[in-house]
Design a protein around this ligand. Structure first.
Ligand SMILES: [Zn+2]
Length: 216
């Protein structure tokens, strides 16, 4: 217990949990999701969405509306790792989903070295704590360094992603929850699910912090 408290204290010091709206960054009265009133009016909750090929279910906490752009960009590219706490706290997964392991969408090792962290793994670690279900990152790895997906057509994204991931044989018979930060066309999640299903995963679900409005 003491070790756990020490660890929590250490993590809090590393990733301070302040009282600013996580989307716009202003200090203001916040709701339970740590959003100011102006942002909570503009941001739309998402929920369970139509699952793309290979997935049994897809969930997003929010749509990727304008007030979230700044926070998501800082989380992905500007080392704002502390945002994982705010993001993870907004997840409310469908009750019927049953999974026994959490797997973050992996970055290619080169990109991970450049960025220093995998933002989806930060979310996965916090969700693991919230749900009491273990994270096993090594079950899925990225074997190709895909080009950044922003600005590409959905056909091009799919082509980019085909065979980008490789799953471990240890996924056989297991039900997996994939975690990603932003879903744009679901081509990444479909490619992950394809790799996991190929190795005999029983079920693959995916949850992300936000989704492009295209996916309903
Ligand atoms: Zn705000």
């Amino acid at each position: 217990m003491q070790v756990k408290n020490l660890l929590e204290g250490f993590l809090t010091a590393l990733y301070p949990f302040d009282a600013k709206c996580f989307a716009c960054g202003i200090e203001a009265p916040l709701n339970a999701a740590c959003l100011c009133e102006a942002c909570s009016i503009k941001i739309r909750r998402a929920g369970e969405l139509t699952a793309p090929d290979g997935l049994c279910g897809l969930y997003a906490a929010f749509y990727y509306d304008e007030p979230l752009h700044r926070a998501v960009h800082s989380f992905k590219y500007l080392n704002a790792r502390y945002l994982a706490r705010y993001f993870a706290a907004t997840f409310s997964l469908p009750e019927l989903w049953e999974f026994d392991v959490i797997v973050p969408v992996p970055l290619h090792p080169k990109r991970l070295r450049r960025r220093g962290y995998n933002q989806s793994a930060l979310l996965a670690a916090l969700l693991s704590k919230q749900l009491g279900i273990p994270v096993e990152g090594p079950l899925l790895r990225r074997r190709l360094e895909t080009k950044p997906q922003a600005g590409l057509s959905s056909a091009k994204r799919r082509e980019n992603m085909l065979f980008a991931f490789c799953a471990s044989n240890a996924v056989r018979g297991r039900s997996i929850l994939l975690i990603d930060d932003v879903v744009t066309t679901a081509s990444t999640l479909s490619a992950c699910a394809m790799a996991l299903n190929e190795k005999g995963a029983a079920k693959v679900y995916a949850a992300c912090f936000c989704t492009a409005p295209l996916i309903h």
